[in-house]
Design a binder for this molecule. Sequence first.
Ligand code: ADP
Ligand code: ASP
Ligand code: MG
Length: 404
Amino acid sequence: MARIVMKFGGTSVGDIARIKNVALRVKAEVDRGNQVAVVVSAMSGVTNQLVAYCTEMATLHDAREYDAVVATGEQVTSGLLAIGLQELGIQARSWAGWQIPIISDDAHGKARIEDIKGDEIIKGMEQGHVAVVAGFQGVAPGNRVSTLGRGGSDTTAVALAAALKADRCDIYTDVDGVYTTDPRIVKAAKKLDKITYEEMLESASLGAKVLQTRSVEMAMKHHVRVQVLSSFSDAPGTLVCDEDEIVEKALVSGIAYSRDEAKVTLIGVQDQPGIAAAIFGPLADANINVDMIVQNTSHDGTTDMTFTTPRADLERALKVVKDNMKVPYKSIDTDKGVVKVSVIGVGMRSHAGVAQTMFKALAEKKINIHIISTSEIKVSVLISEEYTELALRALHTAYGLDAA
Ligand code: ADP
Ligand code: ASP
Ligand code: MG
């Protein structure tokens, strides 16, 4: 007998027939004698619609009310799945975040889970009850509903698995595992049997949305065994685990991309000590993330400084720079049509030449690189968005990742 948390994403609960299918999958685990808690997302498209309603109501809106609105999608699916399970003769009930409670901080819209009181759910599980938990939501100080950021149901599932001391956390989605790159873009992408927490964390934070970044952080910290698998097939999935569980380590485990990027270039900035601090200090104070940075060498006493921010923050970033720039500059240029493509692999730690393979493959396709950044286990480049698919395919082949 094992204790399992099963999480089903938006497509997996996309309509009533699919929720009934999920109920059957849950029943199968119960019939095997396992203790089960389930985490569900909103039906696919619902959260987007709820977000759009808030924006239509007011472009700038109260983040606490945004949370009150967008958290409702998961409440619907948790109730529906509980009904579906009861129809199959299984004792089940729905749990909203506040009922458990899943306690979060007050960063509305992107709250972090601080604690989960799992006692009642454990008591129920021990008596054969299935808890159906609404993902993505928690309760913030002041008894306000909070949400955990887009894709946050993954984090609910992993956090719940840690709190319940579950043996496994199974993430059911619309692909049957973690692939070498997004299988919807590169048909030759290969499914991985296993991936290290570290590589999964890097991939998620660099754009592979198959797992929310925080869910991987949480799994790594609490040693939760996470499996990614399909709710539509019985194919074996991908296990996210420690490095020492992986016998054959690939040099490069995957390629990720993120369209959530915008490029800003300050042209003709006076080249003098303190320019970086003058530009990036105010951005940090305004809570705007700056990711890649490049400063060109100066020739006539001035230089160009280029950096990236999340696309949604571009307008705010521009305002902050313009309002606070103490150092003289000529003009400012922006580009929203960029994508960050990253090659990831723990093998890079011990092998040279990984970046060169990337640069060569892109050069052969005549793809221009705007910015490069590296860390111990990844190399990222910023390129024009129109080349996304071409670059992903070329790199996939260049690193020998194509499925046979
Ligand atoms: P869910 O609604 O189940 O949470 P998501 O849409 O959030 O599902 O995540 C699954 C999607 O992640 C897949 O449909 C796929 O297009 C995308 N994806 C991106 N990178 C990868 C990858 N490396 N492996 C698998 N899927 C990926
Ligand atoms: N429904 C939320 C979203 O679409 C959370 C999730 O699906 O994980 O972002
Ligand atoms: Mg998701």
